[in-house]
Design a binder for this molecule. Structure first.
Ligand code: NDP
Length: 455
């Protein structure tokens, strides 16, 4: 959509005030496009400058993280926590450890998180954090020393009623454990300050599975609107980490066939399908041995491995015959050409496990083609939803069963789906899950901000 007037001025202001933060501009632009529909009907948001406030983090913390490697050399990384919006609950959102991490990437993630958390129906504000530390190739001891140093600063900014971080790229159970241990030592208190904890020390069943399972539950809901199911459907999945693994586990349970997986070095195409046995191999490879996805092609017959070719202007993973796509690696992994390739190959459903994996030109192609396209803030909200359930269990000091958590996760994904469908319709764009998610997420936060005065 071409922006005019208020929306165009707002985008110009965001770009001028936040130079060199292209991912943040992209995330804001997508939301502002949807919100033009709302602002026409609700001028009170405009005069209360809700949008101008919502694009400004309530607080952005940046700090030095010094640590020592196994060779006794001093290393210095940069740590961040973006506390974006606390209108409907304590800041909540993951920590990312990846060399690409910078202020702009974390601001885009924190911004998305505000709307996503609102959609879950749980009382959680939005935040995000992390560091440019690269866990790849580091020993367990090095990762521990980094996590301890990171928490030695972060602990003074977070708390179970203030800001509750979780995992994201490069942060799984191991890292949450090291960070939780250091927090507990510094504060001398055992509280639910992080989610994604181990089961013996306050974690929730289904949390590791939640994002992937949730994305597939959401896909089932979208398919149901066209009287379809995942049974027999061919699915392209990118990534091979937490989200990709449990997306595939649930696709298998629903009778679908996942045929791809990737990491930052390349992807595998397994025409026979990734079955339970092969998925177990992937989990061991990625979560225990911390190896590369190429090894999958060495371990199983009939599998093609394609290394990343930086000269290509498209990703060949998205150029296979399929029905559904679950991008689950990282931001901007589907450009306009990839989106066109997906449609040409017969894909009619895209459910984003990753955050903002589709570039704006790709989003527009999916919307024009009436693809069942679920943006990350709706499709991958299952992860933070179960984090919210982990917080509830911590507060009550009562753990729920696997069935109970899974049941609630499924209900939440259904209610997010319904909110997207109904809101898109109410604002005159039926079937547009982007508008549905952005507007439904926004309204709750905006109304809370209106109620709470100018803060
Ligand atoms: P993991 O660290 O477990 O896995 C990330 C996967 O993506 C790895 O296979 C990794 O490959 C690949 N990847 C990461 N960065 C890049 C890159 N720049 N280029 C190519 N491949 C890359 O992370 P998660 O599975 O937790 O997260 C995946 C996505 O899902 C992210 O966008 C995250 O924000 C989103 N998400 C995660 C949630 C969660 O609960 N974990 C919740 C909601 C969203 P390699 O090992 O080579 O780096």
């Amino acid at each position: 959509m071409f922006m005019t007037g208020y929306a165009a001025n707002l985008m110009a202001m965001v770009k001028a005030k936040n130079p060199n933060e292209s991912e943040f501009h992209q995330a804001v632009e997508e939301v502002v496009e949807s919100l033009t529909l709302v602002l026409d009907r609700h001028p009170e948001y405009r005069s209360a400058k809700i949008l101008e406030r919502i694009v400004e983090p309530e607080r952005a913390i940046m700090f030095r993280v010094p640590w020592m490697n196994d060779a006794g050399e001093i290393q210095v990384n940069r740590g961040f926590r973006i506390e974006m919006n606390s209108a409907i609950g304590p800041y909540k959102g993951g920590l990312r450890l990846h060399p690409s991490v910078n202020l702009g990437i974390l601001k885009f993630l924190a911004f998305e998180q505000v709307f996503k958390n609102s959609l879950t129906t749980l009382p959680m504000g939005g935040g995000k954090g992390g560091s440019d530390f690269d866990p790849k190739g580091k020993s367990d001891n090095e990762v521990m020393r980094f996590c301890q140093s990171f928490m030695t600063e972060l602990f003074r900014h977070i708390g179970p009623n203030t800001d509750v971080p979780a995992g994201d790229i490069g942060v799984g159970g191991r890292e949450i454990g090291f960070m939780f241990g250091q927090y507990k030592r510094l504060k001398n208190e055992f509280t639910g300050v992080l989610t994604g904890k181990g089961l013996n020390w306050g974690g929730s069943l289904i949390r590791p599975e939640a994002t992937g399972y949730g994305a597939v539950y959401f896909a089932q809901e979208m398919l149901a609107t066209r009287e379809k199911t995942l049974e027999g459907k061919i699915c392209l999945v990118s990534g091979s980490g937490n989200v990709a693994q449990y997306t595939i586990e649930k696709i298998i349970q629903f009778g679908g066939k996942a045929v791809t997986l990737s990491d930052s070095a390349g992807y595998i195409y397994d025409e026979a399908g990734i079955d339970e046995k092969k998925l177990k191999f992937v989990m061991e490879l990625k979560n225990a041995r911390r190896g590369r996805i190429k090894e999958y092609a060495d371990a199983f017959k009939g599998v093609v491995y394609v290394p990343v070719d930086p000269k290509l202007n498209y990703n060949p993973l998205w150029d296979h015959k399929a029905d559904c796509a679950f991008p689950s690696a990282t931001q901007n992994e589907i450009n306009g050409k990839d989106a066109a390739n997906l449609l040409r190959n017969g894909v009619y459903l895209v459910a984003e496990g990753a955050n903002m994996p589709t570039m704006l030109e790709g989003v527009r192609i999916f919307l024009d083609a009436k693809t069942l396209y679920a943006p990350g803030k709706a499709a991958n909200a299952g992860g933070v939803a179960v984090s919210g359930l982990e917080m509830a269990q911590n507060s009550m000091r009562v753990p729920w069963t696997r069935e109970e958590v899974d049941y609630r996760l499924n209900l939440i994904m259904k209610s997010i789906h319904q909110a997207c469908v109904q809101t898109a319709e109410r604002f005159g764009t039926p079937g547009n899950y982007v508008n549905g998610a952005n507007i439904a997420g926004f309204l709750k936060v905006a109304d809370a901000m209106m109620d709470q005065g100018l803060v």
